[in-house]
Ligand binder design. Structure first.
Ligand SMILES: Nc1ncnc2c1ncn2[C@@H]1O[C@H](COP(=O)(O)OP(=O)(O)OP(=O)(O)O)[C@@H](O)[C@H]1O
Ligand SMILES: [Mg+2]
Length: 172
């Protein structure tokens, strides 16, 4: 691991805890121009995490899966940066992500890209990676297959995130 990375790992038992992690730990650190990349399987909780970011930023909701559209802009209701919520999963190629002209919005907004690893890196050397994993070992409840523990890793890349403590001690 290169020296500019700081890793924070969290155990996240349910969807409310996922929203709280985003709202209370990550959201307060965000400012205009930031890029957040969310990685995780289908149903991992990427949109749920983004909802918490939206709460922290005070943007107009609801934050939902950007189905049928590639990006949705949520304007601030508190005079802060907008939230640009991008679903890279629905993009066919890197070229399409470029076509969205996200660079224009990057400066004035917090841009959150779901499933963006490998696609969105080129937009900025400064980015926060949020990786969501299902915890293995637990029994799957067939009535609620989405339920259950997740592990979330927060890794900041680039000068923007150097020295930013993402409250890794919050669990202590
Ligand atoms: N620990 C948890 N963290 C987050 N979500 C959880 C958790 N446990 C259960 N859930 C549920 O899992 C689902 C996660 O859905 P969500 O739409 O956030 O996932 P996603 O990663 O955005 O999916 P997609 O790949 O389709 O975009 C929700 O129904 C949520 O309530
Ligand atoms: Mg989603």
């Amino acid at each position: 691991m290169s020296g500019d990375e700081a890793v924070s790992d969290y155990d996240v038992p349910d969807a409310d805890a996922m929203r709280s992690l985003a709202r209370d730990v990550v959201g307060p650190e965000l400012r205009a121009g930031d890029l957040v990349i969310l990685t995780g399987d289908l149903g991992a909780g990427k949109t749920t995490f983004t909802q918490g970011l939206g709460e922290a930023l005070g943007v107009r909701g609801p934050v939902a899966s950007p189905t049928f559209i590639i990006a949705r802009t949520h304007p601030s209701e508190v005079g802060g940066p907008a939230l640009v919520h991008v679903d890279a999963y629905r993009l066919g190629s890197l070229a399409e992500l470029d076509d969205l002209d996200l660079d224009a919005a990057l400066e004035d907004s917090v841009t959150v890209v779901e499933w963006g690893e490998g696609a969105a890196e080129q937009l900025s050397e400064d980015r926060l990676h949020v990786t969501i994993r299902r915890r293995r070992g637990g029994e799957i409840d067939m009535e609620a297959p989405d339920a259950g523990m997740r592990t979330v890793a927060l890794v900041g890349h680039g000068p923007r995130w150097t020295g930013v403590a993402l409250a890794a001690d919050a669990e202590a």
